[in-house]
Design a protein around this ligand. Structure first.
Ligand code: 13P
Length: 484
């Protein structure tokens, strides 16, 4: 009995380079204990423990990096850089890989076998297949996700909270009133021909229930353009106690009933944005909390007919290198997918909204679109299963042109997923500057939205050229410590 508990506990969470070894131990162990060869089984157990000791120093890459000196860390990241830069595809399998989760699977399998009832089927055969939830909305979720991830189209994100929308309006001298917010959203959502380039629009709750000044619901304006209405469902970020000045995202309480209401109002997809800060660590606690929150939200959204957009934004803030961003992004996405799977989220019915892998905004060197594309795709290929239909990037403070050029570079060759955009700032900047809150500028502002939407549509197809772009569109929009 002691042994039954000790073996899985000893091995749980360690890194293992051959899952098969665990199975081998298991088989041997079972054979011998079945024959009651007590001496042999205790020798086997001793082997198992010494194997665990051998593995103990092989911590996961990131855990290891956190404990080593800066010099060694830089060296490690240099190696990572070389791997990405040279024979990317060929070397991928040689990369240090986190097998923690696979090994947890092997340990769980050991654990399960020891809890087997006498006379039941063999341990490996008896492992239950993981349950994939096929809720009543399963077919619809896949259709919604597919329609959003359709060629040459992406998402217009206008889900700023009232406070953040106030910042947009203040930039052109307007007060943050409901009338001004409605007027601005009406300008955007009634742009003729928007549906040629935009497949989904993320709205804030206020906008979901609003109408045009002529009384047409905004959701109907969107449907007429074949644009899927979406809704921001998180309740924003608050400080995470016990972390290194990091935050966590609220909104799970009451989410199921809110989501059901949003569905009734016409929303078909949802968004939950949480953030990871590189200069703050990120701490293991903050990464785990972000991943777990996203996974719980995704499961609840799918249960209520909404395709969840999964957005762990890695903030641009900091002077770190692109290699460091790659490392943090890989760590973050591995946790996100682990918990998505734990919550039985249907991968075919989600969309991702990652940050591109770039150097920190204050890093001494800027990266070219080709470099950003290479690092970002490396990260995605290592972490995102091809079952996921669409990757819809956020712009995160890049200039409109930068965000479009980077997306274009990622679509120069085929990808396993639809690689597209879900920009807020990188679609709205020129529009706001053109509009200035004046009715006589409305048409010109709508035209400027179409210019940006079309540019990103071309970038989704890998056919964009920055020729003729305005100076305004080239202006960076990064604001240190920006909050949504
Ligand atoms: P940005 O494109 O401005 O980074 O917006 C991200 C976002 O999450 C808005 O929905």
């Amino acid at each position: 009995m002691v042994m039954k508990r000790a073996i899985p506990k000893t091995l749980w969470g360690t890194m293992f380079d051959k899952v098969i070894t665990a199975k081998g131990f298991l088989k041997d162990f079972e054979k011998r204990s079945a024959k009651n060869e007590k001496d042999e089984t205790s020798t086997l157990f001793a082997n198992l423990v010494s194997e665990e000791k051998r593995l103990k120093h092989k911590k996961t890459e990131s855990a290891h990096l956190a404990t080593i000196s800066k010099d060694k860390r830089n060296k490690k990241m240099k190696i990572n850089k070389e791997i990405v830069g040279t024979t990317l595809q060929k070397k991928q399998h040689k990369e240090p890989t986190e097998y923690g989760y696979f090994f947890c699977g092997a340990a769980a399998c050991l654990h399960q076998s020891f809890n087997q009832r006498p006379g039941s089927a063999g341990p490996l055969r008896s492992r239950r297949l993981s349950v994939i939830r096929a809720g009543s909305y399963a077919d619809e979720l896949l259709k919604t996700a597919k329609s959003i991830a359709s060629p040459g189209r992406g998402i217009l994100a206008i889900d700023e909270s009232n406070a953040t929308c106030g910042k947009r309006l203040a930039s052109i001298g307007l007060d943050n009133t409901e009338t001004n917010r409605q007027a601005y959203r009406q300008l955007l959502l009634t742009t003729p021909g928007l549906g040629d380039y935009i497949s989904g629009a993320i709205l804030f709750e206020e906008t979901l229930y609003q109408s045009t000044t002529d009384g047409k619901k905004f959701v109907d304006c969107l449907r007429d353009e074949n644009i899927v209405p979406g809704i921001k469902v998180d309740k924003g970020l608050v400080p995470l106690p016990g972390s290194n000045n990091e935050s966590w995202c609220q909104g799970l309480d009451g989410l199921a009933s809110r989501s059901a209401e949003y569905y009734k109002q016409g929303a078909r997809f949802a968004k939950w944005r949480t953030v990871v800060s590189i200069p703050c660590g990120p701490s293991a606690l903050a990464v785990k909390e972000a991943a777990w929150g996203l996974a719980r939200y995704a499961a609840i959204s799918q249960d209520n007919g909404l395709v969840p957009i999964v957005e762990p934004e890695i903030l641009l803030d900091g002077d770190h290198s692109i290699e460091r961003t790659l490392e943090v992004a890989e760590r973050g996405w591995s946790e996100v997918f682990y918990y998505l799977a734990e919550n039985n989220v249907v991968f075919e019915g989600i969309l991702l909204k990652p940050s591109m892998v770039t150097p920190g905004a204050e890093h001494k060197e800027k990266a070219s679109p080709e470099t950003i594309a290479k690092y970002t795709l490396t990260m995605l290929k290592r972490r995102v299963p091809p079952a996921v239909p669409g990757i819809m990037f956020l712009s995160g403070g890049q200039s409109e042109v930068e965000a479009t050029l980077n997306l274009n570079a990622m679509n120069k060759s085929p990808n396993p997923w639809h690689v597209s955009f879900s920009y807020a700032r990188a679609l709205q900047n020129t529009v706001l500057k053109t509009w200035q809150g004046r009715p006589e500028n409305l048409e010109a502002a709508q035209k400027s939205l179409l210019v940006r939407a079309k540019a990103n549509s071309l970038a989704q197809l890998g056919k964009y050229s920055a020729e003729g772009e305005s100076e305004e569109a080239k202006k960076g929009m990064f604001v240190k410590g920006y909050t949504y």
